[in-house]
Design a binder for this molecule. Structure first.
Ligand code: ADP
Length: 257
């Protein structure tokens, strides 16, 4: 895999008590900078804006009103990027920020502009850090502008820039035949060749306080990658060095493909 998209969930970046997991962000910066040195092009899709924004504002919970949530996202996005910038700078790795909405990929002109930006950043050895633009995309039901979640955004980005691999980091070791948080007997499935109705039947919602997607959106992302002849690996982001194992071809997490 030469071109790789890495998606990190809120659960990897923010502890359940709301503190920011700086160690995980450090590790991500180190791993991704190292990958660049091995001639891999890496795009990072990062959640966590709201979690970081709540922490920054000293809040324990998401505000109820949507505009207040958007404000927290705007605050958190700036703070998150400044943390990334500082940590990547340790490894002399430059970063750039792309805030996207679904409609961008619908209109040929904006679609092409986004692709051009990705190519220009990657050509200059800059790591693009992507998130959904929460200022513009509001309603989860507003499918025109809203991706709904970063899981699907990461797959849409990956297929559009012809990445062969999407590494999806979450708070769980992989895809199980049931939700491990509610079913003690659930077993990890190391390989899924096709995503169908039976696969979706095994997926449950999010277990984390800040996470939004749960497994359904991760399966939708996997389905999109498979349709484009790509692969997705779902693994635990608790230690982002797991990415080294994945790139070395070691069996980690769940491989979709
Ligand atoms: P993230 O913030 O990393 O996107 P989410 O909390 O949205 O993570 O989704 C991961 C969670 O999905 C897991 O912690 C688990 O509670 C839940 N889940 C539901 N069904 C499954 C399943 N079949 N296999 C693994 N995890 C599952």
């Amino acid at each position: 895999a030469k071109r790789v998209v890495i998606k990190v969930g809120t659960s990897t970046l923010v502890y359940p008590d709301g503190a920011i997991n700086l160690r995980a962000i450090d590790q991500l910066a180190f791993v991704i900078s190292s990958m660049r040195h091995h001639h891999r092009e890496v795009v990072l899709v990062s959640s966590g804006a709201i979690g970081v924004g709540l922490n920054y504002m000293g809040l324990k919970q998401r505000p109820k009103a949507i505009p207040d949530q958007q404000a927290i996202a705007a605050i958190g996005q700036a703070e998150l990027l400044s943390i990334y910038k500082e940590r990547f700078a340790i490894y002399e790795q430059k970063i750039g920020q792309l805030l996207l909405t679904r409609d961008i990929f619908v209109y040929p002109k904006s679609h092409q502009n986004v692709l051009n930006t990705f190519e220009a950043l990657l050509a200059q050895d800059v790591v693009p850090i992507v998130n959904e633009n929460d200022t513009v995309a509001v309603d989860e039901l507003d499918h025109e502008t809203k991706f709904g979640d970063n899981d699907q955004l990461s797959a849409i980005v990956a297929t559009n820039i012809d990445a062969d691999l999407l590494i999806m980091l979450s708070d769980i070791d992989g895809f199980y035949d049931g939700n491990p948080h509610t079913d003690a007997k659930a077993k990890l499935l190391p390989h899924i060749a096709t995503v169908d109705a039976q696969t979706y039947a095994l997926a449950g919602g999010s277990g984390s306080r800040f996470g939004t997607g749960g497994m359904v959106t991760k399966l939708k992302a996997a389905e999109r990658m498979l349709k484009a002849d790509g692969q997705m690996i779902l693994a635990n982001g608790a230690d982002p060095a797991v990415i080294f194992q994945i790139l070395a071809g070691e069996p980690v997490g769940t491989l979709f493909g």
